[in-house]
Design a protein around this ligand. Structure first.
Ligand SMILES: Cc1cc2nc3c(=O)[nH]c(=O)nc-3n(C[C@H](O)[C@H](O)[C@H](O)COP(=O)(O)O)c2cc1C
Length: 196
């Protein structure tokens, strides 16, 4: 699939992503997100890709979570997709910026009510002494909002990752895989191949 690559890596990503949607048993949009803290110490976790807008990879989260706090200190990130059924990997390096309030609001309204209440009730990544504390918070917010429109919590939003480097990896026999790297230079995408 890497023999005649398109000039725009987003086109290639979309081709692979569509195939992943057809063949992965679940969460083809799951990607590892790596961030670093103010001291340069890395951490990684899975988040869900919720769209590619203007060439940027968008995900949503709690701004006061560990990743949210790290992104406030250092906006350099790495993303990694592994589609096991297809034997494909995509690695992305770039910078993350918070999406607009309008974009975050628009996505928040599409979430299930339970997820909206959960966003209010969960102090993501903070210590939880007992599961019942979370359940009480869920019940309290359910009561508070009732059947009303549930607004987006001020500490919940999204990030858009502008890619600087995108590497496509395709499994080949005897571990002699194909690797194609797109990098941005003079406002255009260039490509280079790497040894496996
Ligand atoms: C399949 C999957 C999808 C997930 N999607 C998200 C997501 O979109 N946003 C999010 O904040 N956490 C998501 N999580 C939870 C994160 O992996 C992580 O536990 C949480 O965000 C806290 O991370 P942090 O403490 O590093 O901030 C997902 C986990 C899995 C396994």
């Amino acid at each position: 699939m890497l023999q005649t690559p398109p000039s725009d890596p987003i086109d290639l990503f979309n081709t692979w992503f569509q195939k992943a949607g057809e063949s992965e048993p679940n969460d083809p949009n799951a990607m590892t997100l790596a961030t670093v803290d103010g001291q340069g110490r890395p951490s990684a976790r899975i988040v869900l890709l919720k769209g590619i807008h203007d060439g940027k990879f968008v995900f949503f989260t709690n701004l006061e979570s560990r990743k949210g706090r790290e992104l406030a200190e250092n906006h350099h990130v790495a993303l990694c997709f592994h589609w096991k059924s297809l034997h494909l990997q995509v690695r992305i390096e770039g910078t993350a910026t918070k999406v607009s309030d309008q974009e975050a609001d628009a996505y928040f309204t599409t979430r299930a009510v339970g997820s909206q209440i959960g966003a209010w009730a969960s102090k993501q990544s903070h210590p939880l002494s007992d599961r019942s504390d979370l359940e009480e918070a869920l019940a309290a917010y359910s009561l508070k909002f009732g059947d009303d429109h549930i607004p987006r919590p001020p500490y919940w939003s999204g990030f858009a990752v502008l890619p600087e480097i995108i590497e496509f990896w395709e499994e080949q026999p005897f571990r002699l895989h194909n690797r194609l790297v797109y990098f941005h230079e003079n406002d255009t995408w260039q490509t280079i191949k790497l040894y496996p």
